[in-house]
Design a protein around this ligand. Structure first.
Ligand SMILES: Cc1ncc(COP(=O)(O)O)c(C=O)c1O
Length: 386
């Protein structure tokens, strides 16, 4: 059947509105080449997928279940999840997941699942945790206690031990950072499990926030423990970060048995309501699939190795200019002293108190680092305020 003509189409756009779009695109294009502080890769070409933008796609509901609404990409979404299952070493027949709107939704799902399983549990998270987690805890009315961080950003294991010790009657829900936002620190899951074992805790839940590092650690030679084989129960990974997509997205994976305990069947959509969002982005799974299929595991090994190379270049160049910069093992987050406001604004650097960071995402090259270092030196020579 022929489709009726589109309601919104190029020839209906007034010249002034066309000019408005052109100006917006030019501004974004210029800003994208100065994006060094936030982990959003802009190195992709999804033109092969543009024909899909001509359809009202919607991945409503559980990607693993049949649904009445047929204009979806659930089959592709399941393939994407299978890739992430392998990356995170989740049990082949015992995992579940979906493509989310980003890390925040994945973290909310993990804490939601944990709280449903353990309504009287207490969530422990470190002070280096992403700001959105405090909001999630408020939204979910989840009991929670903030744990101190060590200077490098890892959770303070002694504080965690001492805090759980006085609440051994309720299940701990550990929110572990697999790569903190500011310094890329990875909480040591072996040490966290040792704390739980030492206190003879019979029931616990561990959620891993692996927003950026979830797409780094599977591709390095000696990764810190981060996956289901290290005892986690769920994990959130962003898709728009290391992979890179034009819209925010991510994945969340959890143990299937846990999810089945909270699933509800909904007649209106003819499927299970297991996801947080009802209607869900169906283009994001396609883009993740396209990225994973075109690069493969070997491709991502090379991408991550190149990011590390640029990170080391940044540390060396900054060091040669008298700026002490560093990174954690297996991290592409280069931490440096907070520069002046003009440098922060020009290079869109994320800052926290007296530190800033550059994240050497796949679109960051040596020329960006050279220009950044030159600006820092110029600013310092001008008295530190530039
Ligand atoms: C460690 C960490 N967790 C969660 C998030 C939130 O992820 P998103 O922006 O994809 O919602 C971020 C974002 O930078 C992050 O760094």
């Amino acid at each position: 059947m022929a489709r009726p003509p589109p309601l919104y189409r190029p020839e209906l756009l007034a010249p002034a509105d066309r000019a408005r779009l052109d100006a917006l695109l030019a501004r974004i294009d210029e800003a994208a080449d100065r994006s060094l502080g936030y982990p959003c890769s802009g190195r992709f070409d999804y033109t092969a997928l543009y024909p899909f933008l001509g359809y009202p796609l919607n991945n409503v509901g559980d990607p693993f279940q049949p649904t009445t609404f047929a204009v979806h990409t659930h089959d592709i979404e399941v393939e994407v999840l299978e890739h992430f299952r392998a990356f995170t070493r989740a049990p082949r027949d015992g995992f579940w997941g979906y493509v989310t709107n980003g890390g925040t939704e994945g973290n909310m799902y993990g804490i939601y699942l944990a709280r449903e399983l353990h309504p009287d549990g207490v969530v422990y998270y470190s002070e280096a945790t992403h700001y959105s987690v405090a909001k999630i805890l408020r939204l979910l009315h989840a009991r929670n206690i903030m744990i101190r961080s060590l200077p490098g950003g890892e959770i303070d294991y002694e504080d965690l031990h001492a805090t759980i010790r006085v609440r051994r009657d309720v299940p701990p829900i550990i929110f572990a950072n697999i790569g903190t936002t500011m310094t890329g620190a990875v909480d040591d899951l072996d040490r966290i499990r040792a704390v739980l074992a030492d206190l003879a805790i019979p029931v616990a839940y561990i959620h891993a926030d692996a927003a950026l590092s979830g797409m780094i650690l599977p591709f390095v030679d000696a990764a810190q423990p981060f996956g289901f084989d290290a005892g986690i129960d769920s994990i959130a990974i962003s898709g728009h970060k290391l992979i890179g997509t034009p819209m925010p997205c991510g994945v969340v994976l959890a143990r299937r048995a846990a999810v089945e305990r909270i699933a509800r069947s909904v007649e209106y959509i003819g499927t299970l309501d297991t996801t947080l969002s009802g209607s869900r982005n169906a283009i994001a799974p396609l883009m993740l699939w396209y990225a994973l299929r075109t690069q493969g595991t070997a491709g991502f090994h090379a991408i991550v190795a190149r990011c590390m190379e640029v990170a080391d270049y940044a540390i060396a160049r900054l060091g040669a200019a008298g700026v002490e910069a560093w990174r954690h093992r297996n991290s592409i987050t280069v931490v440096l002293p907070r520069p002046g406001p003009a440098v922060i604004a020009r290079w869109q650097l994320a800052v926290h108190r007296d530190i800033a960071h550059v994240i050497t995402m796949p679109h960051v090259e040596e020329r960006h680092i050279d220009a950044l270092v030159a600006d820092i030196v110029r600013g310092r020579d001008a008295g530190g305020n530039a």
